[in-house]
Design a protein around this ligand. Structure first.
Ligand SMILES: Cc1cc2nc3c(=O)[nH]c(=O)nc-3n(C[C@H](O)[C@H](O)[C@H](O)COP(=O)(O)OP(=O)(O)OC[C@H]3O[C@@H](n4cnc5c(N)ncnc54)[C@H](O)[C@@H]3O)c2cc1C
Length: 270
């Protein structure tokens, strides 16, 4: 790890100004950024810590949508009373991330900006019709993730919040790595009045939806509707923990489990 200068701005504008300097990187919880620097997978001259920037954390409801501040930690999402009442699947997803240290430090904004192919939140972003709010603009969740650790963010852009559209019913199921708890495969299923969304993480270079299964579930939201489905999938990841074939099997299995969990839920009222 080479020497770097640590900055702790007190406003969003100051943070943006610091990030305009070449070789700068924002930091939220540091749970992914610092290990990657220690392992020399990334190397930055300036680290801009967002911890002292106000109004970046918390969960609130606004215009029928759930807004989660970018610096909201996983444990805050997992224990949010508002989420348990209005969008419990998101709280449950956060509860299953990593270990207590990771959940206490790691944030939703850091997780989605990092775009790890095995991270949990990206599946919620795609399934829950999310919008990514930054200091510069709003980005549809549908176009946010575009590759391995790649997003639509500009280098000096700061995520400030994520807005989720509340679903009638939703659930997340993951087959987790036994040590890190990252998703070997995770599936987020959300039912809306006009569509069903099925988003899968961990299985490929980045999160993706399965239109074939979404169409079946739109007509009949039940495990029976997808009992014999064999969807066309993108290229599957393969590593020490799961072969490509096994991941493909897990994709369908995790979707079934998420549908079963969502089906057992009462549809949420407006
Ligand atoms: C042991 C371990 C287990 C883990 N298990 C899981 C798991 O089960 N599931 C899971 O999903 N994740 C897991 N993680 C990752 C964890 O959730 C991290 O918290 C998350 O990936 C990064 O969040 P962070 O706030 O720490 O971001 P940081 O590490 O601070 O930043 C990550 C990246 O995002 C950028 N960034 C940070 N904040 C912003 C912002 N507001 N705007 C723009 N860019 C920003 C940084 O520059 C950096 O490139 C695990 C991590 C560890 C170390």
């Amino acid at each position: 790890m080479r020497d770097f200068t640590y900055h702790r701005p007190k406003t969003l504008d100051d943070a943006a100004a610091l990030l305009a300097v070449e070789d700068s990187r924002p930091m939220s919880g540091g749970m992914s950024l610092l290990p990657s620097m220690k392992l020399r997978l990334s190397d930055w001259a300036h680290i801009v810590d967002l911890a002292a920037v106000p109004n970046l954390s918390g969960v609130r409801e606004e215009g029928g949508q759930i807004v989660v501040g970018a610096r909201t930690t996983h444990v805050q999402v997992a224990t949010s009373q508002l989420l348990h009442a209005r969008l419990p699947a998101l709280a449950e997803l956060a509860e299953g991330i990593g270990d207590p240290l990771v959940r206490n430090r790691g944030t939703i904004g850091g997780s989605i900006a990092n775009a790890d192919p095995a991270a949990d939140y990206p599946s919620a972003v795609l399934a829950l019709r999310a919008t990514i709010v930054t200091n510069l603009r709003e980005i549809s969740g549908d176009t946010f993730f575009n590759g391995l650790f790649e997003t639509a963010l500009e280098p000096c852009e700061i995520v400030t919040a994520v807005r989720f559209a509340r679903a009638r019913r939703a659930a997340y199921a993951k087959y987790r790595h036994p040590a890190s708890r990252y998703a070997v495969v995770g599936a987020f299923v959300a039912q809306y009045d006009d569509e069903v969304r099925v988003a899968v993480t961990g299985a490929s270079s980045h999160v993706f939806r399965i239109a074939e299964i979404e169409a079946l579930l739109r007509d009949n939201f039940s495990v029976a509707a997808i009992e014999s489905v064999a969807p066309t999938l993108p290229a599957m990841n393969a590593d020490l923990f799961a072969s490509a074939d096994y991941r493909a099997h897990l994709v369908v299995e995790m979707v079934r489990r998420a549908v079963a969990a969502a089906s057992s839920r009462n549809a949420l009222a407006d």
